[in-house]
Design a protein around this ligand. Structure first.
Ligand code: ADP
Ligand code: ASP
Ligand code: MG
Length: 410
């Protein structure tokens, strides 16, 4: 008997009709002979609505209380889905993250799973029940409720699949699978049949929100076979970590975009050893992740340093940077929220020179200015104006013929 983890996202459980649809798919899988563990998100836009409520009270809601609040969304959806499965004639039982021992660190609102105690779920499966677990949440060792960051139900699902040694983790969502670009931005985007976890990791990390990046990490580390597919159709989606023999050997596999970052520039800092260390140490101490960094050529021994941070960290970053400006006697600080980052991902870049040149040409042909560039062995990212995002992503997608399918490399 196979053990399957089925995860359904918010839009898949947006109303009672859709919850009944999810229940039918769950019942179908169970009747086909599987042991079924379900992970679901909060109904529709519930999490956004809860966030809004908090911000009507204060601009700085305490992170612990945010987690108490946000975790309620998934508690509602698991109970309703359990009722719906019962209504369709099977036994089901719902649990919060804490009840099934999803243990996390104490980084409220972006906690990491450190342990999953699978015993209770296995006991319930033994009783022939469908087990329904609230996504996106966990509990610290000293019993505080945590959440795993937006999109965290994906990570709950893959972490459970790893802990239960499930045969398969199915991620049901509102698109048919992982595409060569966000189909909402690029109408010609093509569904990928398979993608390697290293490329999926880069896609998720650079903005393809179809999977939370940590879920892909778990999948890779524990060899979980993941199938991303539609809640609304039976069609085959995208496989990750299936056997790699039939893997598409494309030079590039996708273009992603991210409008969640802001650019910060320290103007006129002394060009001396130790300055960058000081700036970025301070940001790290403030628990702020920095993504791209660029330092200009110095003139008269002063230079500008620019970097990007998540928009939600901008306020904290500004507070820290103002202190740094005073300490270093820098000329000033500039912040810019009108940027977007676009990234091209592909394992074939390692062996194919010219990919970056083609990407930059695609942007130049559309008159899009590049403000920052960073690369890894299988990724090139550029910061551009947010207003240019759509034409830039479409131009790059077209330049590499991503709509046409596989460009083989030897
Ligand atoms: P869920 O609520 O099911 O978790 P999400 O909204 O988190 O769904 O993720 C699905 C969305 O991800 C899609 O609607 C799509 O717009 C977006 N997306 C961005 N990039 C991609 C991509 N490369 N492939 C597929 N979907 C993508
Ligand atoms: N409900 C949470 C969110 O909206 C978790 C998830 O959907 O994965 O981010
Ligand atoms: Mg999601």
């Amino acid at each position: 008997m196979a053990l399957v983890v089925m995860k359904f996202g918010g839009s898949s459980v947006a109303d009672i009709g859709r919850i009944m649809n999810v229940a039918s798919r769950v019942v179908e899988s169970k009747k086909a002979g599987n042991n079924v563990v379900v992970v679901i998100s909060a109904l529709g836009n519930t999490t956004d609505a809860l966030v809004q409520l908090a911000y009507q009270i204060t601009d700085h809601p305490p992170a612990r209380e945010m987690d108490m609040l946000l975790s309620t969304g998934e508690q509602i959806s698991v109970a309703l889905l359990s009722m719906a499965v019962h209504a369709q004639g099977l036994e089901a039982i719902s649990f919060t993250g804490s009840q099934v021992g999803i243990v996390t660190d104490s980084a409220h609102t972006k906690a990491r799973i450190v342990d999953v105690k699978a015993g209770r779920i296995l006991d319930e499966l033994e009783k022939n029940r469908v087990v329904i677990v609230a996504g996106f949440q966990g509990v610290t060792l000293d019993d505080h409720i945590t959440t795993l960051g937006r999109g965290g139900s994906d990570t709950t699902a893959v972490a459970l699949a790893a802990a239960l040694k499930a045969d398969l983790c199915e991620i049901y969502t509102d698109v048919d699978g992982v595409y060569t670009a966000d189909p909402r931005i690029v109408p010609e985007a093509r569904k990928l049949d398979r993608i390697s976890s290293e490329e999926m990791l880069e896609m998720a990390a650079t903005g393809a929100k179809v999977l939370q990046v940590r879920s892909v990490e778990f999948g890779r580390n524990y060899g979980v076979v993941i199938h991303v597919r539609s809640s609304f159709s039976a069609s085959e989606g995208t496989w990750i970590n299936k056997d790699d023999s039939r893997m598409e050997k494309a030079i590039v596999s996708g273009v992603t975009h991210d409008t969640g970052e802001a650019k910060v520039t320290l103007i006129g800092v002394p060009d001396q050893p130790g300055i960058a260390a000081r700036v970025f140490r301070r940001l790290a101490e403030g628990n702020i992740n920095v993504d791209m960094i660029i330092q200009n050529v110095s003139e008269n021994n002063v230079t500008d340093i620019s970097f990007t941070v998540m928009k939600e960290d901008l306020e904290s970053s500004n507070r820290i940077m103002k202190g740094i400006v005073d300490e270093l006697g820098a000329k000033g600080l500039h912040t810019d929220e009108g940027i977007a980052k676009i990234s091209l991902i592909g394992a074939g870049m390692r062996t194919h020179p010219g990919v970056a040149a083609d990407m930059f040409s695609a942007l130049a042909e559309e008159d899009v200015n590049i403000e920052m560039i960073s690369t890894s062995s299988i990724k090139i990212s550029c910061v551009i104006r947010a207003a240019d995002l759509k034409k830039a992503v479409n131009a790059i997608h077209k330049k590499f013929g991503l709509e046409k399918g596989v460009v083989m490399h030897e």
